[in-house]
Structure formats: structure tokens, C-alpha cells
Design a binder for this molecule. Structure first.
Ligand code: SAM
Length: 472
């Protein structure tokens, strides 16, 4: 029986409820009056239920679709302005005992090079990332209690935070590791992590069991209930996602929103982020084997529908996607992107992108400087801000600020100040010139006079090498 407040995966992602949602969407998506009502409700920016959002996703009336895209863009601007937060993944180890059929780390893959970074190598990778200008990382590892136990992950987090190379430092470490125990989540929280990210891969239990035939990840309930344990362990920012292409997209879309509703119902706070990875070619993996691949058009529509269904949730897109697709979805709801990613263990210290331990092919292969410059050319402010997390604005404290629109008073000036740091320390002359011009213009848009004056002063201080650790 469907029950969003239940702590049992089978009840908060109830299969029958998903099927009824899809059946209702099939019927109602042709009812223009109903679709208009849902769009009007969405325009209030308070979100939509999974049932309502599924109807929008199914609607293919061109006029209503155009309204949907316009609304997604408006909501994005209302809550996130024109800022885009930048981050990079850091692969620690690709040792893995799972059998995930879409992932090259699967245990039976004998020809992928298995690697695990030593602490010295972690340090070297972090220096390389700091030298590009990164301040925020997402650490990634396969699941292998012998090679990558929680103690190893915790040691790596300590090492990452301890490296201060030139003006660089990593100020927020998000963690994407396998589902674990409440006690281990507590230890991750104590280590100072930002968001705990775990992709569901698919919400369809039957497919999930087939796609994860062996290893601890085979346990659907343990995986699906991981975010509840993470929250019980004190982590209040969690990141959801599915790997699009494995299952039918309507099922995944409904499942994602039901998961978000469940977290809100039980913990009083929804997901901090939602990621939208699509399955890619990788060593030993042919994405064409999965017959649910999505066209770019559908992919964009899903992103727009997520944006209006959960307006306060950040949305992340990785370098799995091309420059073209990334550019388009920035207008529809994406608020964070990775830049200059290497998906191989030890990849940042290699001159050429190594392929032997890569997790998947990277489509967007530009440097961070190129990505920053491109964002600004398209009117987005690249932000290296990590202030919310460092000021304790996480979980429901972040959400209530976000819901009231107040976050704009902090994020906009913080984005401009961290962009100034980037421009001074790491940017090419062309990017720096474009950035300074943008900052001058954007400063004038800060409504609060006092905040504007403080931000302007701090930006002047950064330019004259007088750094103070200041953030709104
Ligand atoms: N071991 C952790 C776990 O089980 O969640 C971390 C996972 S992995 C480093 C990060 C994500 O990469 C996975 O959750 C999966 O969604 C994604 N991934 C795996 N194989 C992929 C592929 N061939 N193409 C695109 N993404 C892939």
C-alpha cells in the first residue's frame, strides 16, 4: 500500500501507485483544461505532486509544452537567479564487488585497470584540482569493504580538506559512495561532508534486481532506504538521481518525485539536489544494450518537469552531456554543473585524459576556464560558492531560506566574490576581462544597498590581494 510516510521502500515507492500514476497521466495529459490547471498551480512555485507532474510530462500539446518550458525557466530564475555552481568529481577507487551490468567497475570486468589512490596521490589530485580553480568536489568510489572501507573514505576526506595549495582550498566535499549504515553516515557527517549523493539507478524493483544481479547493491530495499539512514545519521543534505536509459523514463520520473515526497513527509526536508545522468558508453559497457535511451528532447522535458515539480531542489548535470545539451538545460532548471571532469582514478594528474580506469566517456571535454568563459558568454554567473554549508545553512534551514526567496540575497553576492577569487587566481586573460565586466554589471543588481557596498568592498579587497574569509 502506498504510504509516503512509511520507512519501507516498497510502501513509499509503491509499484501499484507508480503504475496508477502512469495510467492517469496517459488519460489526463490530453485534457487541456486539466493540464492548464496544473500549470497554473505550478506557477505558484510551491511544487507539484508526482501525479500532477506525471501528467505534464506526458502532455505533448505543443502550445502547453511551450508554456511548460517557459515556466521552468521562470522558476529557475526566481530561485537560482543566473548563478551556476561549479564542481568536479574526484574518483578515489574503482575497486568494486558489485555486479551492476551498466557500470564498468562491475566485479567481472577483468580488463579495466583497478586503482585506488594513496593519500599522497589524493593530495596530488587535489592540488591539480585547486590549480584549475575548483573549490567543491564530489568524491566517488566503487563499493568494496576490503579495498575502500569507510575508514579509507574518511581518511581521504581529511586529506582533501587539509590541502591548501597557493590560494586554493576545497571548501565542500560531497560524497557519492554506496549505501551504508547509520553509523557510517554519522562518521561522514562528522568528517564535514556537504551532500551525500546516491543514485537510485532505477526505482523499478524488478529491473533493479536484474541490473544489480550480485553484490551488496542487489538489496533494493537497503539501497532505496539509504537516504533515511543518512538523515538519521545527521546528514541533512541528500542528493537523489536515477540513471536514465535503464528503465522507462515515466516510471523513473514518478519514482524520483515519490522519493522526494517521502523525504519531505518523514524528515521535513526534501532532497538538496537531483542529478540527471544518462547511461554512457564505457569499458565493457555498450549503452545500446539498454533499450530505454532518451532523446535529447525528452531529456530536456524531464528536466523542465523536475524543475517545476520541486522548485527548491538544486539540479545537477555532469560532463556525460555535451556542451550543446548542457547549454540548453541550463535554461530549464539545472543549477550545478561539473567542469573539466576526469572520471578515471588519478586522472587529474595525467596530462592526457586516461581511459584505462574511466567510469564512462566524457562528452564535454573543455577546460574549467573554457566552461567558465562559456557560462558568462551565455549570461550565467559561474559560482564557486560554498557559503551555505560553511554557515550551517543546510537541510531545513537552507530550504526555508530558499522557499522564502531570501537565498538570492546571499547567493548572488557570494557568487560574485568567489568568481573574483577564481578570476584573479586561475583565469586566462580573456576570461578575466569578461568576468570583471560581468561582475561590475551584476553588482549593480544587488537590491540591498548595504549588501552591495560590502560585496563591492570585498571584491576590491580580493583584487588587491587583501583576502579575508568573508561570506554572506
Ligand atoms: N558505488 C557507488 C554507488 O553504488 O552508488 C558510487 C557510484 S558511481 C562512482 C556513480 C554513478 O555513476 C552510479 O551511481 C551510476 O549511476 C553512474 N554510472 C555507472 N555506470 C555508468 C555509465 N556506463 N554511464 C553513465 N553513468 C554511469
Amino acid at each position: 500500500m502506498y504510504n509516503p510516510s512509511s520507512t519501507h521502500a516498497d510502501e513509499f515507492i509503491d509499484h501499484a501507485e507508480v503504475l496508477e500514476t502512469l495510467a492517469e497521466a496517459g488519460r489526463e495529459s490530453r485534457n487541456r483544461t486539466r493540464v492548464r490547471e496544473i500549470l497554473n498551480k505550478a506557477a505558484l512555485c510551491k511544487g507539484l505532486s508526482h501525479r500532477e507532474a506525471a501528467i505534464l510530462l506526458d502532455c505533448d500539446d505543443p502550445e502547453l509544452e511551450a508554456q511548460l518550458y517557459a515556466l521552468a525557466g521562470e522558476i529557475k530564475h526566481k530561485f537560482y537567479g543566473n548563478r551556476i555552481v561549479l564542481f568536479a568529481p574526484l574518483y578515489l577507487s574503482n575497486y568494486c564487488i558489485n555486479g551492476c551490468v551498466y557500470c564498468p567497475y562491475h566485479m567481472k570486468n577483468k580488463h579495466i585497470a583497478r586503482k585506488k589512490l594513496t593519500q599522497e596521490e589524493v593530495r596530488a589530485e587535489v592540488i591539480a584540482l585547486q590549480d584549475m580553480g575548483h573549490k567543491r568536489l564530489a568524491i566517488e568510489a566503487g563499493e568494496d569493504p576490503r579495498n575502500n572501507p569507510i575508514e579509507y573514505i574518511l581518511e581521504c576526506i581529511d586529506t582533501i580538506y587539509s590541502v591548501h595549495h597557493k590560494n586554493g582550498d576545497i571548501r565542500r566535499v560531497n560524497v557519492n559512495i554506496a549505501a551504508t549504515t547509520v553509523e557510517n553516515y554519522r562518521r561522514l557527517k562528522e568528517a564535514g561532508i556537504g551532500t551525500y549523493i546516491l543514485f537510485q539507478e532505477t526505482y523499478n524493483k524488478k529491473s533493479y534486481l536484474e541490473l544489480h544481479p550480485t553484490g551488496p547493491k542487489h538489496d533494493y530495499d537497503y539501497h532505496t532506504e539509504a537516504m533515511d539512514r543518512a538523515m538519521e545519521g545527521g546528514i541533512d543534505d541528500v542528493g537523489l538521481g536515477v540513471l536514465f536509459g535503464l528503465e522507462g523514463y515515466q516510471y523513473e520520473f514518478a519514482g524520483l518525485l515519490m522519493h522526494a515526497e517521502h523525504l519531505e513527509a518523514v524528515h521535513g526536508v526534501g532532497p538538496h539536489t537531483i542529478s540527471v545522468p544518462r547511461v554512457k558508453h564505457a569499458d565493457d559497457i555498450d549503452p545500446d544494450v539498454f533499450d530505454n535511451s532518451l532523446s535529447d528532447e525528452l531529456f530536456k522535458k524531464i528536466i523542465a518537469c523536475i524543475r517545476i515539480a520541486v522548485p527548491y531542489t538544486g539540479m545537477i548535470i555532469s560532463t556525460r552531456e555535451s556542451e550543446q545539451v548542457r547549454g540548453e538545460v541550463l535554461e530549464l532548471g539545472i543549477s550545478q554543473i561539473s567542469g573539466a571532469s576526469r572520471t578515471s582514478v588519478g586522472g587529474y594528474t595525467e596530462a592526457e585524459r586516461p581511459h584505462d580506469s574511466e567510469q564512462f566517456d566524457v562528452s564535454d571535454q573543455r577546460t574549467l576556464d573554457e566552461v567558465v568563459n562559456w557560462l558568462m558568454q551565455n549570461g550565467h554567473i559561474p559560482s564557486f560558492c560554498t557559503a551555505c554549508y560553511r554557515e550551517g545553512r543546510t537541510g531545513d534551514r537552507f530550504m526555508s531560506l530558499c522557499k522564502s526567496g531570501q537565498i538570492l540575497n546571499c547567493c548572488h553576492p557570494n557568487a560574485l566574490m568567489t568568481l573574483t577569487e577564481y578570476l584573479i587566481d586561475y583565469a586566462s586573460p580573456e576570461t578575466r576581462a569578461r568576468g570583471f565586466a560581468m561582475i561590475e554589471e551584476e553588482l549593480q543588481k544587488i537590491p540591498h544597498e548595504k549588501v552591495r557596498a560590502i560585496a563591492a568592498q570585498h571584491i576590491a579587497d580580493i583584487k588587491s590581494s587583501n583576502r579575508r574569509d568573508f561570506r554572506f
